[in-house]
Design a protein around this ligand. Sequence first.
Ligand SMILES: [Fe+2]
Length: 198
Amino acid sequence: MNHSVPTQGDAQRHVSSQPWLHQQGVEVQEFGTIRQFPLGLSRDTRLYSCQRLTQVLADTQILYALYKKHHWLMRGATFYQLHLLLDKHAGEQLELVDMVAERVQTLGGVAVGDPRHVAEITVIPRPPDGAEEVPAMLSRLLEAHETILVDAHDAAAKAAEMGDDGTNDLLVSNIIRTGELQAWFLAEHLVDTPLVRA
Ligand SMILES: [Fe+2]
């Protein structure tokens, strides 16, 4: 391929709309490293926040996937409402995934994105490939929520201690508040209450 730069006014200049396909390059930033950004936060603080956010990001991506799985596999008398509710929660978790990933980037890090990489990082237990009973599906989601909440509370407190108010705010206002609300909606479906006669 001729890569010479054509000069202006050259009657013979070569122009092309052909995209340069099948390109390969080197990794320009290793996972787990951070770039220097002028945010008024120390390198150590940003690195620590990125490490804590990486765990939250991986677990939240798995929670999103669990919500979708159970949205699809739902069954029984409450199929319709749970099918819709789990999809709503999945959508909200997906928004959180984006917010946390972009916080990692904002701090100069590299957000974990590939699901195979996510699977290596998450601490949320893998569900069976098949379908579980409905209460077991809901319990599984609740437990995943609690795992993330425990981690997020700790990470938020440490981020505040280290002066990373933005990360603290994201964890408290988004991860924790959304997770708590979703956990409430799930838990109310596990109350054994009569449907017709008191
Ligand atoms: Fe759907």
